[in-house]
Design a protein around this ligand. Structure first.
Ligand SMILES: NC(=O)c1ccc[n+]([C@@H]2O[C@H](COP(=O)([O-])OP(=O)(O)OC[C@H]3O[C@@H](n4cnc5c(N)ncnc54)[C@H](OP(=O)(O)O)[C@@H]3O)[C@@H](O)[C@H]2O)c1
Length: 336
Protein backbone atom coordinates (compact mmCIF):
# COMPACT_ATOMS: atom_id res chain seq x y z
CA UNK A 1 0.00 0.00 0.00
CA UNK A 2 1.35 3.40 -0.94
CA UNK A 3 0.41 5.99 1.70
CA UNK A 4 -1.34 9.16 0.52
CA UNK A 5 1.36 11.41 2.04
CA UNK A 6 5.05 10.73 2.72
CA UNK A 7 8.34 12.62 3.11
CA UNK A 8 10.58 13.78 0.27
CA UNK A 9 13.60 16.09 -0.03
CA UNK A 10 12.49 18.58 -2.68
CA UNK A 11 14.50 21.20 -4.58
CA UNK A 12 12.85 24.47 -5.60
CA UNK A 13 13.91 27.43 -7.68
CA UNK A 14 11.15 30.03 -7.73
CA UNK A 15 10.52 33.68 -6.89
CA UNK A 16 12.11 33.16 -3.44
CA UNK A 17 15.25 31.69 -5.03
CA UNK A 18 16.94 28.27 -4.87
CA UNK A 19 16.14 26.17 -1.82
CA UNK A 20 15.71 22.58 -0.77
CA UNK A 21 13.68 21.15 2.10
CA UNK A 22 11.89 18.08 3.39
CA UNK A 23 8.23 18.24 2.34
CA UNK A 24 5.14 16.02 2.49
CA UNK A 25 3.89 14.90 -0.90
CA UNK A 26 1.77 12.27 -2.64
CA UNK A 27 2.78 10.04 -5.50
CA UNK A 28 0.47 11.95 -7.88
CA UNK A 29 2.63 15.06 -7.39
CA UNK A 30 5.68 13.18 -8.74
CA UNK A 31 6.83 12.87 -12.34
CA UNK A 32 5.22 10.09 -14.38
CA UNK A 33 5.99 6.39 -14.12
CA UNK A 34 4.40 2.96 -14.11
CA UNK A 35 6.11 1.63 -10.96
CA UNK A 36 6.12 3.00 -7.41
CA UNK A 37 9.09 2.03 -5.24
CA UNK A 38 9.12 2.02 -1.47
CA UNK A 39 12.57 3.51 -1.12
CA UNK A 40 15.02 1.90 1.29
CA UNK A 41 18.32 3.65 0.57
CA UNK A 42 19.81 6.38 -1.58
CA UNK A 43 23.25 7.98 -1.50
CA UNK A 44 25.11 11.29 -1.81
CA UNK A 45 27.12 11.95 -4.98
CA UNK A 46 28.94 15.08 -6.13
CA UNK A 47 26.05 15.76 -8.52
CA UNK A 48 23.54 15.52 -5.65
CA UNK A 49 25.48 18.16 -3.74
CA UNK A 50 25.54 20.45 -6.78
CA UNK A 51 21.81 19.93 -7.30
CA UNK A 52 20.82 20.34 -3.66
CA UNK A 53 22.83 23.51 -3.08
CA UNK A 54 22.16 25.03 -6.50
CA UNK A 55 25.93 25.31 -7.08
CA UNK A 56 25.58 23.39 -10.34
CA UNK A 57 22.89 23.37 -13.01
CA UNK A 58 21.69 19.82 -12.59
CA UNK A 59 17.89 20.07 -12.52
CA UNK A 60 16.34 20.88 -15.88
CA UNK A 61 12.97 21.59 -14.29
CA UNK A 62 11.74 22.71 -10.87
CA UNK A 63 10.64 21.59 -8.40
CA UNK A 64 11.96 18.02 -8.27
CA UNK A 65 12.94 15.61 -5.52
CA UNK A 66 16.72 15.28 -5.22
CA UNK A 67 18.73 12.05 -5.35
CA UNK A 68 20.29 10.52 -8.48
CA UNK A 69 20.31 7.04 -6.88
CA UNK A 70 17.53 4.89 -5.49
CA UNK A 71 17.08 1.33 -4.23
CA UNK A 72 13.98 -0.19 -2.74
CA UNK A 73 11.04 -2.54 -3.12
CA UNK A 74 8.26 -2.30 -5.69
CA UNK A 75 5.12 -1.17 -3.86
CA UNK A 76 2.84 -0.81 -6.89
CA UNK A 77 3.30 -1.76 -10.53
CA UNK A 78 1.49 -1.34 -13.81
CA UNK A 79 4.44 -2.93 -15.62
CA UNK A 80 4.43 -6.55 -16.76
CA UNK A 81 8.17 -6.71 -15.90
CA UNK A 82 7.95 -5.86 -12.19
CA UNK A 83 5.76 -7.15 -9.39
CA UNK A 84 5.03 -5.90 -5.89
CA UNK A 85 7.85 -6.99 -3.59
CA UNK A 86 10.58 -7.02 -6.26
CA UNK A 87 13.85 -5.43 -5.14
CA UNK A 88 15.08 -2.84 -7.64
CA UNK A 89 17.62 -0.07 -8.16
CA UNK A 90 18.02 2.86 -10.49
CA UNK A 91 20.91 5.30 -10.94
CA UNK A 92 21.03 8.35 -13.20
CA UNK A 93 18.48 8.00 -16.02
CA UNK A 94 17.12 11.48 -15.35
CA UNK A 95 16.65 11.08 -11.57
CA UNK A 96 16.90 14.56 -10.02
CA UNK A 97 17.51 16.01 -13.49
CA UNK A 98 14.33 15.59 -15.50
CA UNK A 99 12.31 13.46 -13.07
CA UNK A 100 11.88 13.15 -9.32
CA UNK A 101 14.83 11.53 -7.59
CA UNK A 102 15.44 9.01 -4.86
CA UNK A 103 15.35 11.23 -1.74
CA UNK A 104 11.74 10.25 -1.13
CA UNK A 105 9.99 7.58 0.94
CA UNK A 106 8.09 6.48 -2.17
CA UNK A 107 9.11 7.17 -5.76
CA UNK A 108 7.21 6.78 -9.03
CA UNK A 109 9.51 5.88 -11.94
CA UNK A 110 9.28 4.53 -15.50
CA UNK A 111 10.04 0.79 -15.38
CA UNK A 112 12.13 0.93 -18.55
CA UNK A 113 15.12 2.17 -16.50
CA UNK A 114 14.71 -0.06 -13.45
CA UNK A 115 17.35 -2.71 -12.77
CA UNK A 116 16.24 -5.79 -10.83
CA UNK A 117 18.55 -6.01 -7.81
CA UNK A 118 21.25 -8.43 -8.98
CA UNK A 119 21.85 -11.54 -6.91
CA UNK A 120 24.92 -10.89 -4.77
CA UNK A 121 23.91 -7.40 -3.64
CA UNK A 122 21.46 -6.23 -1.00
CA UNK A 123 19.70 -2.86 -1.18
CA UNK A 124 22.19 -1.16 1.14
CA UNK A 125 25.18 -2.46 -0.82
CA UNK A 126 23.53 -1.34 -4.06
CA UNK A 127 23.45 2.21 -2.75
CA UNK A 128 26.91 2.02 -1.18
CA UNK A 129 27.85 1.57 -4.84
CA UNK A 130 25.19 3.81 -6.43
CA UNK A 131 26.19 6.11 -9.27
CA UNK A 132 29.74 6.26 -7.87
CA UNK A 133 30.34 2.52 -8.07
CA UNK A 134 28.52 2.21 -11.36
CA UNK A 135 30.71 4.96 -12.83
CA UNK A 136 33.94 3.42 -11.56
CA UNK A 137 32.90 0.05 -13.00
CA UNK A 138 31.73 1.58 -16.29
CA UNK A 139 35.17 3.22 -16.57
CA UNK A 140 36.86 -0.19 -16.29
CA UNK A 141 34.32 -1.80 -18.61
CA UNK A 142 35.04 0.79 -21.29
CA UNK A 143 38.83 0.65 -20.82
CA UNK A 144 38.84 -3.15 -21.04
CA UNK A 145 36.61 -3.04 -24.13
CA UNK A 146 39.37 -0.86 -25.55
CA UNK A 147 42.06 -3.43 -24.78
CA UNK A 148 43.27 -2.51 -21.26
CA UNK A 149 44.68 -5.46 -19.33
CA UNK A 150 46.43 -5.75 -15.94
CA UNK A 151 49.72 -6.86 -17.53
CA UNK A 152 50.05 -3.47 -19.29
CA UNK A 153 50.92 -1.85 -15.96
CA UNK A 154 49.39 0.34 -13.23
CA UNK A 155 46.14 2.27 -13.43
CA UNK A 156 46.05 5.72 -11.87
CA UNK A 157 42.88 6.79 -10.05
CA UNK A 158 42.58 10.54 -9.42
CA UNK A 159 40.33 12.02 -6.73
CA UNK A 160 40.95 8.68 -5.07
CA UNK A 161 39.45 9.49 -1.67
CA UNK A 162 36.08 10.49 -3.17
CA UNK A 163 33.11 8.22 -3.83
CA UNK A 164 33.96 7.23 -7.40
CA UNK A 165 37.69 7.19 -6.63
CA UNK A 166 37.60 4.96 -3.55
CA UNK A 167 35.28 2.46 -5.26
CA UNK A 168 37.55 2.46 -8.31
CA UNK A 169 40.57 1.67 -6.10
CA UNK A 170 38.71 -1.29 -4.61
CA UNK A 171 37.18 -2.60 -7.87
CA UNK A 172 40.28 -2.20 -10.04
CA UNK A 173 42.60 -3.83 -7.52
CA UNK A 174 40.15 -6.73 -7.17
CA UNK A 175 40.11 -7.03 -10.97
CA UNK A 176 43.88 -7.63 -10.90
CA UNK A 177 45.24 -4.15 -11.63
CA UNK A 178 48.04 -2.45 -9.75
CA UNK A 179 46.40 0.80 -8.61
CA UNK A 180 48.11 4.12 -7.97
CA UNK A 181 45.81 6.37 -5.93
CA UNK A 182 46.26 10.08 -6.49
CA UNK A 183 44.73 12.06 -3.66
CA UNK A 184 44.91 15.42 -1.95
CA UNK A 185 44.35 13.76 1.43
CA UNK A 186 47.59 12.20 2.61
CA UNK A 187 45.87 11.44 5.94
CA UNK A 188 43.75 8.90 4.02
CA UNK A 189 46.67 7.04 2.43
CA UNK A 190 46.43 4.24 5.03
CA UNK A 191 42.74 3.80 4.21
CA UNK A 192 43.45 3.84 0.44
CA UNK A 193 46.10 1.13 0.91
CA UNK A 194 43.53 -0.94 2.82
CA UNK A 195 41.12 -0.58 -0.14
CA UNK A 196 43.76 -1.99 -2.49
CA UNK A 197 46.03 0.87 -3.64
CA UNK A 198 49.65 -0.24 -4.06
CA UNK A 199 50.91 3.32 -4.30
CA UNK A 200 49.46 6.59 -2.99
CA UNK A 201 50.64 9.92 -4.38
CA UNK A 202 49.87 13.35 -2.93
CA UNK A 203 48.43 15.52 -5.69
CA UNK A 204 49.52 18.68 -3.84
CA UNK A 205 53.18 17.78 -4.27
CA UNK A 206 52.82 16.70 -7.88
CA UNK A 207 54.26 18.65 -10.79
CA UNK A 208 52.31 17.70 -13.90
CA UNK A 209 54.51 17.56 -17.02
CA UNK A 210 54.09 20.35 -19.55
CA UNK A 211 55.87 18.68 -22.51
CA UNK A 212 53.45 17.03 -24.96
CA UNK A 213 54.79 13.67 -23.85
CA UNK A 214 56.63 12.86 -20.62
CA UNK A 215 57.90 9.68 -19.02
CA UNK A 216 55.06 7.17 -19.33
CA UNK A 217 54.24 6.20 -15.76
CA UNK A 218 50.74 4.72 -15.98
CA UNK A 219 49.17 2.15 -18.29
CA UNK A 220 45.76 3.80 -17.91
CA UNK A 221 43.68 5.98 -15.63
CA UNK A 222 40.26 6.83 -14.27
CA UNK A 223 40.09 10.59 -13.94
CA UNK A 224 37.64 12.25 -11.54
CA UNK A 225 39.12 15.73 -11.63
CA UNK A 226 39.59 17.04 -15.19
CA UNK A 227 41.61 20.21 -15.75
CA UNK A 228 45.32 20.13 -15.01
CA UNK A 229 45.21 16.53 -13.76
CA UNK A 230 43.59 15.11 -16.87
CA UNK A 231 45.81 17.23 -19.10
CA UNK A 232 48.88 15.89 -17.28
CA UNK A 233 47.68 12.30 -17.46
CA UNK A 234 47.41 12.39 -21.26
CA UNK A 235 51.16 13.09 -21.32
CA UNK A 236 52.08 10.16 -19.02
CA UNK A 237 50.13 7.17 -20.35
CA UNK A 238 51.99 4.18 -21.80
CA UNK A 239 51.43 3.12 -25.42
CA UNK A 240 47.92 1.79 -26.14
CA UNK A 241 46.63 2.73 -22.69
CA UNK A 242 43.25 4.32 -21.99
CA UNK A 243 42.06 7.16 -19.79
CA UNK A 244 38.42 7.02 -18.71
CA UNK A 245 37.38 10.61 -18.07
CA UNK A 246 34.41 10.88 -15.74
CA UNK A 247 34.80 13.93 -13.53
CA UNK A 248 35.51 17.61 -13.23
CA UNK A 249 36.11 18.11 -9.49
CA UNK A 250 39.26 20.09 -10.37
CA UNK A 251 38.07 21.85 -13.55
CA UNK A 252 36.63 21.38 -17.00
CA UNK A 253 39.61 22.37 -19.13
CA UNK A 254 41.65 19.92 -21.14
CA UNK A 255 45.00 21.18 -22.35
CA UNK A 256 46.90 18.60 -24.35
CA UNK A 257 48.19 17.89 -27.85
CA UNK A 258 47.57 15.16 -30.40
CA UNK A 259 51.07 13.75 -29.77
CA UNK A 260 50.22 11.06 -27.17
CA UNK A 261 47.28 9.99 -29.31
CA UNK A 262 49.18 9.57 -32.56
CA UNK A 263 52.61 8.57 -31.21
CA UNK A 264 51.62 6.37 -28.25
CA UNK A 265 48.17 5.41 -29.51
CA UNK A 266 46.52 6.27 -26.20
CA UNK A 267 42.72 6.69 -25.94
CA UNK A 268 40.57 9.13 -24.05
CA UNK A 269 37.21 7.58 -23.24
CA UNK A 270 34.24 9.65 -22.06
CA UNK A 271 32.14 8.21 -19.27
CA UNK A 272 28.48 9.20 -18.99
CA UNK A 273 26.88 7.03 -16.34
CA UNK A 274 23.51 8.78 -16.31
CA UNK A 275 22.86 8.16 -19.99
CA UNK A 276 24.39 4.68 -20.28
CA UNK A 277 22.25 2.38 -22.39
CA UNK A 278 20.25 -0.33 -20.64
CA UNK A 279 22.10 -3.39 -21.96
CA UNK A 280 25.50 -2.11 -20.74
CA UNK A 281 23.96 -0.79 -17.53
CA UNK A 282 22.55 -4.20 -16.79
CA UNK A 283 25.83 -5.98 -17.58
CA UNK A 284 27.88 -3.61 -15.42
CA UNK A 285 25.53 -4.12 -12.45
CA UNK A 286 25.93 -7.88 -12.84
CA UNK A 287 29.72 -7.43 -12.66
CA UNK A 288 29.33 -5.19 -9.59
CA UNK A 289 27.37 -7.95 -7.87
CA UNK A 290 29.88 -10.59 -8.99
CA UNK A 291 33.56 -10.53 -9.86
CA UNK A 292 33.86 -6.74 -9.47
CA UNK A 293 32.00 -6.51 -6.15
CA UNK A 294 34.21 -4.32 -3.93
CA UNK A 295 35.76 -6.12 -0.98
CA UNK A 296 35.67 -3.16 1.38
CA UNK A 297 32.21 -1.58 1.06
CA UNK A 298 31.93 -1.27 4.84
CA UNK A 299 35.14 0.77 4.95
CA UNK A 300 34.04 2.91 1.98
CA UNK A 301 30.71 3.90 3.57
CA UNK A 302 31.91 6.54 6.01
CA UNK A 303 28.57 8.20 6.87
CA UNK A 304 24.84 7.53 6.94
CA UNK A 305 22.36 10.40 6.77
CA UNK A 306 18.60 10.86 7.05
CA UNK A 307 16.70 13.15 4.66
CA UNK A 308 16.94 16.17 6.96
CA UNK A 309 20.73 15.79 7.26
CA UNK A 310 21.30 16.16 3.52
CA UNK A 311 22.19 19.89 3.42
CA UNK A 312 25.10 19.28 5.83
CA UNK A 313 26.27 16.31 3.71
CA UNK A 314 26.25 18.48 0.57
CA UNK A 315 28.33 21.23 2.19
CA UNK A 316 30.83 18.70 3.56
CA UNK A 317 31.22 17.00 0.18
CA UNK A 318 31.62 20.25 -1.78
CA UNK A 319 34.16 21.61 0.70
CA UNK A 320 36.23 18.44 0.12
CA UNK A 321 35.95 17.61 3.82
CA UNK A 322 34.80 14.03 3.55
CA UNK A 323 36.00 10.80 2.03
CA UNK A 324 34.31 7.63 0.81
CA UNK A 325 30.55 7.36 0.44
CA UNK A 326 27.55 8.69 2.35
CA UNK A 327 24.44 6.51 2.40
CA UNK A 328 20.97 8.00 2.84
CA UNK A 329 18.68 5.86 4.97
CA UNK A 330 15.10 6.46 3.88
CA UNK A 331 12.77 3.56 4.61
CA UNK A 332 15.45 0.93 5.07
CA UNK A 333 13.80 -0.71 8.07
CA UNK A 334 10.29 -0.58 6.61
CA UNK A 335 11.36 -1.92 3.21
CA UNK A 336 13.60 -4.69 4.62
N1 LIG B 1 30.60 11.14 -15.82
C1 LIG B 1 29.82 10.53 -14.97
O1 LIG B 1 28.94 9.75 -15.33
C2 LIG B 1 30.01 10.77 -13.49
C3 LIG B 1 29.41 9.95 -12.53
C4 LIG B 1 29.70 10.18 -11.19
C5 LIG B 1 30.54 11.23 -10.84
N2 LIG B 1 31.05 12.02 -11.78
C6 LIG B 1 31.97 13.10 -11.47
O2 LIG B 1 33.12 12.50 -10.90
C7 LIG B 1 33.69 13.37 -9.92
C8 LIG B 1 33.76 12.62 -8.60
O3 LIG B 1 32.43 12.38 -8.10
P1 LIG B 1 32.24 11.86 -6.60
O4 LIG B 1 30.78 11.68 -6.41
O5 LIG B 1 33.18 10.75 -6.34
O6 LIG B 1 32.70 13.16 -5.79
P2 LIG B 1 33.52 13.28 -4.43
O7 LIG B 1 33.18 12.15 -3.53
O8 LIG B 1 33.36 14.66 -3.96
O9 LIG B 1 35.04 13.06 -4.91
C9 LIG B 1 35.72 14.05 -5.62
C10 LIG B 1 37.20 13.96 -5.26
O10 LIG B 1 37.93 14.75 -6.17
C11 LIG B 1 39.07 15.28 -5.52
N3 LIG B 1 39.04 16.76 -5.68
C12 LIG B 1 38.16 17.62 -5.16
N4 LIG B 1 38.48 18.88 -5.52
C13 LIG B 1 39.57 18.80 -6.30
C14 LIG B 1 40.38 19.74 -6.96
N5 LIG B 1 40.13 21.06 -6.90
N6 LIG B 1 41.43 19.29 -7.68
C15 LIG B 1 41.70 17.99 -7.77
N7 LIG B 1 40.97 17.04 -7.12
C16 LIG B 1 39.91 17.44 -6.41
C17 LIG B 1 38.98 14.90 -4.06
O11 LIG B 1 39.75 13.71 -3.89
P3 LIG B 1 41.22 13.71 -3.28
O12 LIG B 1 41.23 14.67 -2.13
O13 LIG B 1 41.43 12.30 -2.89
O14 LIG B 1 42.15 14.15 -4.38
C18 LIG B 1 37.52 14.53 -3.89
O15 LIG B 1 37.33 13.60 -2.87
C19 LIG B 1 32.79 14.60 -9.90
O16 LIG B 1 33.33 15.58 -10.75
C20 LIG B 1 31.47 14.09 -10.45
O17 LIG B 1 30.70 15.11 -11.03
C21 LIG B 1 30.80 11.82 -13.11
Amino acid sequence: MVPTRFKAFRIFDDETGHRSEVVEQGVDEQTAGDVVIQVAWSSVNYKDALAGTGKGKILRQFPLNGGIDVAGVVAQSESADFREGDEVLMTGCGLSETRDGGYSEYLRVPSEWLIPLPQGLDLREAMALGTAGFTAALGLYRMEANGQTPDMGPLCVTGASGGVGSLAVDIYSKAGYEVCALSGKSEEFGWLHELGAEQCVDRHGLEWPSAPMASARFAGALDNVGGEGLSGLTRMIKPWGSIASCGMAGGIDLNTTVMPFIIRGISLIGINSAGCRYSIRSEVWQRLAGDWKPRHLDKIVTAVSELDGLPDCFERLLSGGGHGRTLVRIGADAAA
